[in-house]
Design a protein around this ligand. Structure first.
Ligand SMILES: [Fe+2]
Length: 305
């Protein structure tokens, strides 16, 4: 593919005669100077009417943050992985947007429950540069987009193998900005102890931002380093003083009750509305904004290098 070029495509199941509707996408420029993307999580549904909520989240997100370079979905695309129809509904509800914009998927517990990763893997074609133990699962990979490096982890299996992989991956990138994405949160998750080795590597390589899902509440941490809160308490992070950990509520029908605030929380709430975030990077500045589907700005912060 050539840079800055619009392509048209259609797809077909090898067992079937009919082709899909044509879609178009435009490839990235040869020199990428700025990056902007949408971050959502937990569309997590089974039925077609439930996925209308996910459809609306995408609609609102693209209306506010037009022409993103890609969409990061932090996992639990569906509720019941074994139901093939749930996957069809997920893709049909968002095809208008992800037919033209790459999606960066992250595997969630519900995406592989009872059936393993094979079905999930069948829907994606991602870089094959993850840990050897997860080869073929499409659940552990990384890529560069201009000045940004994104590493995607699988919180559901092979944690130790990915610890080694993450260290090699982050030590090997020359990108100015580093973001790690995973489904279960390191702080405030159900397997925090198991993931502490990942947080040590995140500290060591000065990862700017960790994007997560699973909890179905909104949560944004203070900058954190070595298990402690750093920074001046403001909404600006400077000089790699710590990493921000976010959970952007949910983009589908399910919301959890808010638990107690923890030491790392800068912002922690449950509004019972789908939320999406827009993240953009230009030069030495990253800006993050989170809105609910009714257009209310609920959180924003800046990271300066
Ligand atoms: Fe979930």
């Amino acid at each position: 593919l050539k840079p800055s070029t619009m392509y048209s495509y259609r797809v077909r199941d090898s067992n079937e005669e009919d082709w899909s509707e044509p879609h178009t996408f435009t490839t990235a420029a040869e020199e990428i100077s700025e990056v902007s993307f949408i971050y959502v999580t937990d569309s997590q549904a089974d039925k077609v009417n439930e996925f209308r909520l996910w459809e609306n989240t995408m609609k609102q997100a693209f209306a506010r943050f037009a022409n993103p370079d890609f969409v990061v979905h932090a996992g639990d695309l569906v509720e019941t992985a074994a139901k093939k129809s749930a996957w069809s509904h997920f893709f049909n509800a968002s095809m208008f947007w992800i037919g033209k914009t790459p999606i960066v998927p992250v595997v969630g517990n519900n995406d592989i429950k009872d059936i393993g990763a094979a079905r999930y893997a069948s829907y994606f074609h991602l870089p094959e540069n993850g840990a050897e133990a997860l080869k073929g699962t499409q659940t552990n990979y990384s890529f560069d987009y201009g000045c940004l490096h994104i590493a995607v982890l699988n919180t559901e299996m092979c944690i130790k193998q990915q610890t080694k992989w993450l260290e090699a991956d982050l030590s090997g990138t020359h990108c100015e900005w580093k973001i790690v994405v995973m489904h279960r949160p390191i702080y405030g998750g159900t397997i925090t102890k198991k993931l502490m080795d990942w947080s040590r590597i995140i500290d060591k390589y000065k990862v700017d931002l960790v994007l997560q899902g699973h909890n179905h509440v909104y949560s944004r941490s203070h900058p954190v380093k070595n298990g402690r809160v750093t920074g001046d308490g403001s909404d600006t992070v400077r000089d790699h003083e710590g990493t921000i950990y976010v959970v952007v509520n949910a983009s589908g029908p399910k919301f959890n009750k808010l638990k107690e605030d923890q030491f790392y929380h800068k912002l922690h709430f449950q509004n019972n509305k789908q939320i999406y975030a827009g993240i953009s990077i230009s030069g030495k500045m990253l800006t993050y904004q989170a809105y609910d589907v009714d257009g209310q700005l609920l959180d924003q912060f800046t990271i300066l290098h």
